[in-house]
Ligand binder design. Structure first.
Ligand code: CDP
Ligand code: CDP
Length: 226
């Protein structure tokens, strides 16, 4: 029997990766973090001194890259051409430049194709910005996760401080707002809820509460998980 696919989209810091990974564990599905793929292309461009706004050069790079997402200890390891880059793709430098790469139509085409291949058998929980609208339009369950900008900035702030970064809260909030705006307003597969997505405002909700809400939806919407 074909397993279900779950698409989780939404703005930065809404909790997509955290809850998608946990939902995948609970439903015995494969978690696919598509943001990690845009970050991987961005990191490689920066490492090679390629201008992230040079659309042709970045697309050629993306085309050559072998990106692998491998489950490890409940987390997801990210490899490019066999090299582990799991932590490197989360640095503020990559975050600053990722919007330019995500706005590159050829890169989107290349990565969306890889993502569809990962999801073609079903059995995935995939998170990103365009999964329900573009990558997996037939996903059995689509969730659009949001939270207030204050809460999303606070979550990201806590996470980065814990990793040892020193940050200005207001500046971080502005960066998140800017990145969301770029994602919402780009021409190709912008961030927006699919018409059939269930909207879940996670402001004030804990991670287990959000995970439970999605598991409940997977039962009621799909009849799965019983
Ligand atoms: O974790 P965070 O919300 O900071 O971002 P992410 O999910 O790692 O994605 C990084 C960036 O990749 C986003 O800001 C988007 O510009 C882009 N992205 C995209 O355009 N489409 C996707 N399906 C996933 C990510
Ligand atoms: O993937 P996305 O950018 O949507 O968010 P994330 O990276 O999964 O979550 C950002 C941070 O918020 C992480 O440190 C999560 O642990 C935290 N979080 C939270 O505190 N409460 C939630 N309901 C969801 C996430």
């Amino acid at each position: 029997m074909r397993s279900i696919s779950v698409a989780i989209d939404g703005p930065a810091g809404a909790g997509k990766s955290t809850v998608a990974r946990l939902v995948a564990q609970q439903l015995h599905l494969t978690y696919v973090d598509t943001g990690a793929m845009y970050r991987a292309v961005t990191l490689q461009a920066l490492k090679r001194g390629i201008d992230v706004t040079d659309e042709g050069a970045v697309a050629r790079l993306a085309n050559q890259m072998d990106i692998a997402l491998t489950p490890a200890d409940g987390e997801l390891d990210v490899f490019v051409d066999g090299q582990r880059i799991t932590e490197e793709i989360r640095t503020p430098e990559v975050t600053t430049h990722v919007s330019a790469v995500a706005g590159n139509p050829e890169v989107r085409k290349i990565l969306a194709q890889k993502q569809r291949e990962m999801g073609e058998e079903g059995g995935v929980v995939m998170d990103g910005r365009d999964i329900g609208t573009h990558v997996l339009p037939a996903a059995e369950l689509k969730v659009y996760l949001t939270a207030s900008i204050e809460e999303r900035a606070q979550r990201r702030y806590n996470e980065l401080v814990q990793k040892g970064y020193q940050l200005d809260w207001e500046q971080l909030k502005e960066e998140i707002r800017y990145r969301d705006e770029q994602d919402r307003n780009r021409q190709h597969s912008p961030l927006k809820p699919a018409d059939d997505a269930v909207h879940l405002d996670t402001t004030g909700l804990t991670i287990p509460e959000v995970v439970q809400a999605i598991l409940d939806l997977s039962r009621t919407k799909v009849g799965g998980g019983e």
